[in-house]
Design a protein around this ligand. Structure first.
Ligand code: TRP
Length: 455
């Protein structure tokens, strides 16, 4: 094990692991997607269901995923295979790792396109392009960006280069160094924005919106969205957390560490909501504006308030940082797998993986312009990537991880790896992982497919 660690690297402390895993979890999912899906699903009741999903489905699977990675101490493909073999099971369980590496690529492709929009908006905000603008002007600006493949390619490429620059340097010099700078900056920026939101006078209204639970506003569809988002926001189901776990020091406690990560991720999502909705309400805008909430509604608000140019820039800078620290975890499973499988250098593996991810991203960004009529099952390529990953591959990955760790590996392995000090703690985790998580996932999985094919 010691040898393996010195070749692969490992996080220099438990805190670095917490920051890195939180960096993966906190991303566009928290700041872009969470506020708009809360807005679309009526607020408080949705938030409550989402919190339940994080606690009962997300956290148990998160612990299972990290447990597999730390036990195997290799890429997800090889870690899952070796832990399965250790428990006397088939090496074919390593399919979880392969599916995960593929899912990582596909998420990366559309993620880096959205992150490219964020970079573009950072510059718009700094240039004062939003100042005094009405919502027609800003939605025009957004449509113009989407219609311009060249501009999109430039921003997408810039983001991919930023990500590769970190991944290529490896765990300690790349990932760890970046995380040590990015995460504290992210927290500072978020607090600054929260303080700003406190001055808008609509803070109380936002709290009511986020926390008053009126279950009549919650549809069955909203429940499914909450479950699916719990997966996406915790970076679950595709090996990202597994590979981060493989760099985790042996002596740290998986349970307390990952509960911390899940709490931080949730707090950031809620604080992002508390920072965004006051700005929306203070400007009499619609909280249910959907995906355009961040790219149309918020810029309108920034353009019409005191200090909006500075805060608008800081806001998009924060989102870019969050997206960056998440995207590095999307490619790590594939990179480590290539290094092990083909015995090539990390740099070469990164270049290959980066090129494939970048090319897929070109397909995703073409969905908004030249490729808008390349449809599969009525979805353009961008929506297809989102659908196949969030609705199929991640739930499938999470489901099989729960089955493998909950049912197929011997409890002695999981007990040894978790070393939970209280017997009850272990029993609760094991119960949730065996009976609650997989059933819930199966429900989302089937219901999503059902609603999709019913139209
Ligand atoms: N969790 C990130 C977000 O909320 C996205 C992400 C990063 C992700 N790595 C992942 C999602 C792995 C699923 C799987 O934006």
């Amino acid at each position: 094990m010691q040898d393996n660690d010195s070749v692969r690297g490992s996080w220099s402390s438990r805190w670095v692991f917490i920051l890195a895993a939180t960096g993966s979890a906190v991303g566009l999912g928290n700041i872009w997607k969470f506020p708009y899906i809360v807005g679309e699903n009526g607020g408080g009741a949705f938030v409550l269901v989402y919190l339940a999903c994080i606690a009962c489905v997300g956290v148990p699977i998160l612990m299972a995923e990290v447990l597999l990675g730390r036990r195997g101490r290799q890429s997800p493909v090889h870690s899952v295979r070796d832990v399965a073999l250790e428990a006397g099971r088939s090496s074919r369980w390593s399919m979880i790792g392969i599916g995960g590496a593929v899912a990582g690529f596909l998420i990366f492709a559309f993620y880096s396109v959205v992150a490219g929009w964020v970079l573009a908006y950072m510059f718009h905000a700094a240039n004062g392009s939003f100042t005094g603008a009405g919502s027609d002007h800003i939605s025009g600006l957004f449509e113009q960006l989407l219609a311009d493949p060249q501009a999109l390619t430039i921003w997408h490429t810039a983001f991919v280069v930023l990500v590769m620059a970190v991944v290529i340097r490896g765990v300690n010099k790349g990932l760890e160094q970046a995380i040590r700078i990015l995460m504290p900056s992210l927290f500072v920026l978020l607090l600054l924005l929260l303080m700003y939101a406190l001055t808008t006078g609509s803070f109380g209204k936002s709290l009511h919106f986020l926390f008053d639970s009126d279950f009549s506003k919650l549809s069955w569809d909203g429940v499914l969205t909450a479950l699916g988002h719990a997966f996406f926001t915790l970076s679950l189901g595709m090996g990202a957390m597994m590979v981060y776990g493989s760099y985790m020091p042996k002596q740290s406690s998986i349970a307390t560490t990952l509960i911390t990560v899940a709490v931080l991720d949730t707090v950031v999502a809620l604080v992002a909501g508390m920072a965004i909705f006051p700005i929306v309400f203070a400007n009499q805008l619609d909280p249910g504006a959907g995906p355009g909430l961040m790219f149309v509604t918020l810029p309108v608000a920034f353009g019409n308030m005191a200090g909006g140019q500075v805060f608008g820039f800081l806001f998009f800078l924060m989102v870019a940082i969050a997206a960056w620290s998440s995207a590095i975890s999307l490619l790590e499973p594939a990179v480590t797998w290539m290094v092990e499988q083909y015995e090539i250098s990390r740099a070469r593996a990164c270049i290959w993986i980066g090129l494939v991810g970048w090319t897929l991203g070109l397909g995703a960004l073409a969905s908004f312009n030249v490729g808008s009529d390349w449809l599969v099952l009525g979805m353009n390529f961008f929506d297809l990537l989102d659908f196949v990953t969030a609705n199929l591959l991640l739930p499938a990955g999470g489901f099989f991880i729960a089955i493998l760790v909950g049912w197929r590996i011997t409890p002695s392995i999981s007990r040894d790896e978790l070393h939970l000090t209280t017997v009850n703690g272990y029993m609760i985790w094991h119960f949730l992982l065996r009976y609650i998580s997989p059933v819930a996932v199966l429900v989302i999985f089937i219901a999503n497919l059902y609603s999709k094919f019913q139209g």
